[in-house]
Design a protein around this ligand. Structure first.
Ligand SMILES: CC(C)(COP(=O)(O)OP(=O)(O)OC[C@H]1O[C@@H](n2cnc3c(N)ncnc32)[C@H](O)[C@@H]1OP(=O)(O)O)[C@@H](O)C(=O)NCCC(=O)NCCS
Length: 203
């Protein structure tokens, strides 16, 4: 299947929300993420701090002026993967692009501010919210997404990529193991009791 990865845009939000609902994840923060994606530290419209409603539903204030940022000032990035699908048009079948998966990369651990997970000074970035639509699972897309995000992270200058996987996410645990991630911490998060913290040193 031919796949393309592109930065997500705000009009993709309904698809990303649908995907998260399918996975059983909270979808309430997706529009927040698009706001955060648009922050470019150092630009006039970027706040020096912002409130983020974390998974405990408590607003936490993140003071951006105390953190180091990537050269382009971006705090958070989201991508979607698309493939072409044939649909019935009026006259003959037409090809249209459909979103099959989404993935994020954060330069800050927005929920707990753990610098082992994301910290520009240490060139560590956190993969967030990888999800593949049910209809497209088991075809190598998750693997492709992880490999592509590693490429993007390398290109940005990161040295280590990290990822959080709850113990019950069997497919994701297998995926991380298969592509060379190693556990560096096992701890509760505010959204799950037992979460493996993975890292991979980028070549
Ligand atoms: C985890 C997820 C992203 C994997 O995506 P995918 O496109 O189905 O994964 P792939 O087809 O690339 O498979 C990669 C590996 O994962 C493992 N895997 C995939 N589906 C599996 C399943 N149902 N059970 C056990 N292992 C599975 C296999 O090891 C597989 O490698 P193999 O095919 O060489 O054996 C997808 O299942 C998903 O969206 N899950 C829900 C959300 C989630 O858990 N996201 C991860 C955040 S921690």
């Amino acid at each position: 299947m031919a796949l393309t990865l592109r930065p997500a845009v705000r009009t993709d939000a309904p698809d990303i929300i649908r995907m998260r609902e399918e996975v059983g994840w909270d979808a309430a923060r997706v529009y927040d993420w698009f706001d955060i994606c648009s922050y470019q530290y150092g630009s006039p419209e970027c706040p020096t701090s912002f409130d983020y409603v974390s998974y405990t539903d408590e607003a936490i204030t993140i003071d951006l002026s105390r953190l180091q940022h990537p050269p382009d000032g971006r705090i958070f990035r989201l991508w979607v993967a698309e493939t072409e699908k044939e649909v019935d048009g009026h006259a003959e079948p037409e090809r249209t692009k459909v979103i099959v998966a989404a993935i994020g990369l954060s330069h800050i651990d927005l929920d707990e501010m753990d610098p082992d997970l994301a910290c520009w000074e240490r060139r560590r970035g956190l993969v967030r919210s990888l999800a593949v639509f049910n209809a497209f699972k088991g075809q190598g897309i998750g693997t492709w997404m992880m490999r592509r995000i590693e490429g993007e992270a390398r290109h940005l200058g990161l040295k280590v990529i990290t990822s959080l996987v709850p113990m019950e996410a069997t497919a994701s645990l297998a995926l991380h193991k298969k592509i060379g991630y190693r556990v560096f911490k096992r701890a509760p998060r505010n959204w799950a009791e037992d979460v493996l913290h993975y890292e991979k040193v980028l070549d």
